[in-house]
Design a protein around this ligand. Structure first.
Ligand SMILES: NC(=O)c1ccc[n+]([C@@H]2O[C@H](COP(=O)([O-])OP(=O)(O)OC[C@H]3O[C@@H](n4cnc5c(N)ncnc54)[C@H](OP(=O)(O)O)[C@@H]3O)[C@@H](O)[C@H]2O)c1
Length: 334
């Protein structure tokens, strides 16, 4: 496994990050430990969790595993923002919630410091200055080593970076955003912004909840039982059958399956390799329910799609840019 710098920071992370959203939910504790063991044996050092994943259980599982490792060998990323209780100060990016949750995350993770503390989504109510000053304090106090953003619009991300710069505060070093062969809108602004400002780009949902794993085919009438896509239908999540059972999706999947056959790789590996070949991407975060998923996904690195295969995937999955991106692209030749 290769190691890359997380944006302009001095932090070196593995090119694949281990997602832990399934830990304590679809994946039991023992299997979660085995997943982290195998990820580590493959050279992975980068683990992503969040306080809200299974209401703290995911962090607890990562913490129990981490306790048995050499702490400095791992880069642990977690997040704050979504509700951890029903009280008015138990969600958001206000000082009270961040200060309370960083202590709770440190306790669940059984560690003295968090390598990368990410805000899970922008907060429309709290002034950015309050959140950023609090995050800056956390870095100064040593509880947190780096800070990152997730699910920010480009204008809010740029504003946050400008505020931090103006105050001499620690800036976000990374963005965690959804990006995959069926979701390419991050290319219009977020990817260039991160490249320009020196932020690492971590990808969540690299298989769009399984749509890009080869498990879903044109002849299916409904998603398999107990799959993420079936659950998404019930919970109203974005990766639902209703949202993606379209001709446009199947055309992308047709090309994906064709290239998987040609390369002798699984469709999941092809989808992940497409992301690894994008120079702006730092680390796709691999999500897995079962060990077989993890093993499959770990084999996405250390080989390369050809330029021609990348081009075919780019063409099959391209979506028309909305104004003003279409006009800028046409007139600036970029
Ligand atoms: N920042 C954010 O807002 C945010 C949001 C979501 C996730 N994340 C992070 O990103 C990580 C990954 O996200 P994700 O879980 O959405 O990733 P994903 O790779 O798009 O989806 C994972 C799902 O795809 C299926 N899958 C994975 N590998 C497979 C394989 N090799 N073959 C067949 N099916 C496979 C499984 O579905 P089934 O369960 O149906 O088997 C699995 O639960 C999470 O663990 C979390 O750390 C962050």
């Amino acid at each position: 496994m290769k190691y890359v710098s997380l944006g302009n920071s001095g932090l070196k992370v593995s090119e694949l990050c281990m997602g832990s959203m399934t830990f304590g939910r679809e994946t039991d504790e023992q299997t979660s430990y085995t997943m982290m063991d195998e990820f580590s044996a493959a050279g992975g050092n980068f683990i992503d969790t969040a306080n809200v994943y299974s209401r703290g259980t995911s962090e607890e599982i990562v913490g129990k595993w981490l306790k048995r490792q050499r702490r400095e060998d791992y880069v642990v990323a977690t997040k704050v923002r979504f509700p951890m209780g029903d009280g008015p100060n138990e969600s958001g990016l206000g000082r009270a919630h961040i200060m309370q949750q960083v202590e709770a995350s440190l306790k669940r993770l059984q560690t003295d410091y968090i390598d990368l503390y990410q805000v899970h989504c922008q907060d429309p109510i709290t002034p950015l200055e309050e959140s950023l000053a609090t995050l800056n304090y956390l870095v100064q106090s040593g509880k947190v080593r780096y800070i990152g953003a997730s699910n920010f619009t480009p204008s809010m991300l740029q504003k946050a970076l400008d505020i931090s710069k103006a105050h001499g505060w620690e800036p976000f070093v990374s963005l965690q955003a959804k990006y995959n062969l069926l979701t390419r809108s991050s290319e219009w602004e977020l990817l260039p912004l991160c490249a320009r400002e020196g932020l690492g780009f971590m990808v969540w949902g690299p298989l769009l909840g399984g749509w890009l794993s080869g498990r879903y085919t044109r002849d299916m009438q409904a998603p398999p039982k107990n799959s993420r896509v079936e659950q998404a239908e019930e919970e109203g999540w974005f990766e639902s059958w209703q949202n993606y059972n379209t001709e446009a999706t199947w055309q992308v999947i047709d090309t994906l399956l064709e290239i998987a056959k040609e390369t002798g790789r699984s469709p999941a590996q092809v989808s992940l390799n497409w992301l690894l070949r994008k120079c702006e991407v730092t680390s796709p975060i691999i999500g897995a329910r079962r060990l077989e998923h993890l093993r499959d996904n770990l084999s996405a690195a250390e080989w390369s799609l050809t330029q021609e295969q990348m081009q075919r995937l780019n063409t099959a999955s391209s979506i028309p840019a909305p104004y003003p991106y279409d006009m800028v692209q046409q007139n600036c030749g970029c």
